[in-house]
Design a binder for this molecule. Structure first.
Ligand SMILES: Nc1ncnc2c1ncn2[C@@H]1O[C@H](COP(=O)(O)OP(=O)(O)OP(=O)(O)O)[C@@H](O)[C@H]1O
Ligand SMILES: [Mg+2]
Length: 409
């Protein structure tokens, strides 16, 4: 930004300088042109100069108001607050500009400043937070203890670990979407390994759906994994059981006079376990109408009864992520997409197309957008970490006979 100014100032001075030098020798017409050009450029330089760097950045991004009386209004800095890891600019917000307009330009401004920038709004003032540090390209996997029943550790953001508790979040499900090599399987591996190491199989069960047949097999022997399915008919059977269990739980809660699993578990002697259904490649199932209807049913109904979904997809386009699915899943971890259009399908705005790939992502919960980098965990390393939770074959065959407690007898 400074450079623009210097160059405009430089050109204007050069214009006047040229006029002065040419004065004795120049043809008559050249002198007024040089003087005029110099003065014009000086005026332009002055006009831009009378804005601060920050205000010019807003002007460049279209974040200003042009009033009827021909005045340009830009956000004005009221004060700067130094933070550990950067600074907050407290700005006045001209009438007619909304926080959303600033949010829409976050990626653009971050890119221009080569720093992470985030806008918030509080009591009539606009807060622009700028972080001085950058996210690392790689964070090694670390097992972390979390308090929430279904608290997922998704990676590192600018303020440390980014976690999301599906049992407490406004939306109980999460979509993980990004093109090939964007890091979906790695982040799923992080999440599953973390849950297996940190949570109690008496309180949480995992149902793994792996149409690609490769990603989840390392987890199939773990005590917490209640089902591991790959074929379409097995997947349909499992989803039917989960649908029935959802309905059974609704009746149970209704009879007992509770509206959600948390209230029920606080009082009930026999507590309900949380059930987390994880699908590695949802696009592979998108052609199967029965499966999609079942997933939609569970996504819509399961909120209160402790049945939660993680869906991942490599094809973040409108054919796979239909309006129905998107409206039932309020949390999205968006990894790199190849186009802006796909970014809009996934998170409702642009930004994913500018990510690095390899676990670099944007988490969208409601209207909140958080940039993060997931932890790198290889299959071999995950296997070593979870090996002690493997159970005997006989126990696993028992599990396979009936997936869900209510239907095992
Ligand atoms: N968090 C991460 N940190 C560093 N590198 C990563 C991370 N996540 C993924 N990668 C790199 O990207 C490669 C691809 O990751 P991954 O297999 O998870 O992609 P994917 O989105 O599942 O791809 P596909 O759609 O083809 O299944 C990994 O082998 C690894 O080298
Ligand atoms: Mg994958």
């Amino acid at each position: 930004m400074k450079n623009d100014n210097v160059s405009i100032g430089g050109i204007s001075l050069a214009g006047l300088g040229a006029a002065a030098l040419l004065w004795p020798a120049a043809p008559a017409w050249l002198v007024p042109v040089s003087v005029g050009g110099g003065i014009g450029l000086c005026a332009l330089g002055w006009w831009l100069n009378h804005y601060t760097d920050l205000e010019r950045l807003f002007l460049n991004c279209g974040l200003f108001i042009h009033t009827i009386s021909d005045t340009i209004l830009v956000p004005k800095k009221i004060k700067t607050i130094k933070k550990n890891n950067g600074r907050d600019y407290i700005l006045s917000l001209p009438k007619g500009l909304s926080l959303q307009q600033f949010k829409d330009k976050e990626a653009h401004i971050s890119q221009a400043l080569d720093k992470h920038v985030r806008f918030d709004f509080n009591n009539g003032i606009l807060i622009m937070s700028i972080k001085d540090t950058k996210l690392q390209k790689t964070y090694p996997f670390t097992a972390i203890h979390t308090e929430g029943a279904l608290e997922l550790v998704l990676g590192y953001g600018y303020d440390g670990l980014i976690k999301l508790d599906l049992a407490a979040a406004p939306s109980p499900h999460i979509l993980i979407a990004g093109e090939t090599n964007s890091g979906k399987s790695v982040v799923l591996r992080d999440i599953i390994t973390q849950l297996i190491l940190d949570k109690n199989p008496e309180e949480l069960e995992l149902y793994l759906i792996d149409p690609k047949r490769v990603e989840f097999s390392i987890f199939k022997k773990c005590a917490m994994v209640k089902a591991f399915v790959r074929e379409d008919d097995e997947i349909t059977d499992l989803l039917i059981l989960i649908k029935c269990e959802t309905d059974r739980r609704y009746e149970l809660l209704e009879r007992a006079g509770y509206t959600n699993i948390r209230a029920f578990n606080k009082k009930a002697k026999q507590k309900l376990k949380y059930m987390l259904v994880i699908v590695d490649e949802f696009a592979d199932l998108a052609e199967n109408r029965d499966i999609i209807d079942l997933v939609n049913y569970v996504a819509r109904k399961a909120r209160a009864v402790g049945v939660n979904l993680i869906l991942s997809t490599q094809r973040p386009d409108k054919d796979v992520l239909t309006g129905k699915i998107r409206s039932n899943i309020g949390n999205v971890l968006g990894l790199k997409t190849s186009t802006r259009v796909n970014s809009e399908v996934v998170i409702g705005q642009s930004g994913l197309e500018n990510l690095r790939g390899f676990g670099h992502s944007l988490l969208k919960c409601g209207s909140d957008l958080t940039e993060l980098q997931s932890m790198l965990l290889s299959e071999e390393a995950a296997k070593k970490l979870i090996k002690h939770t493997f159970v005997e074959k006989s126990v696993r065959q028992g599990k396979a006979r009936g997936y869900i407690d209510g239907y095992q007898k």
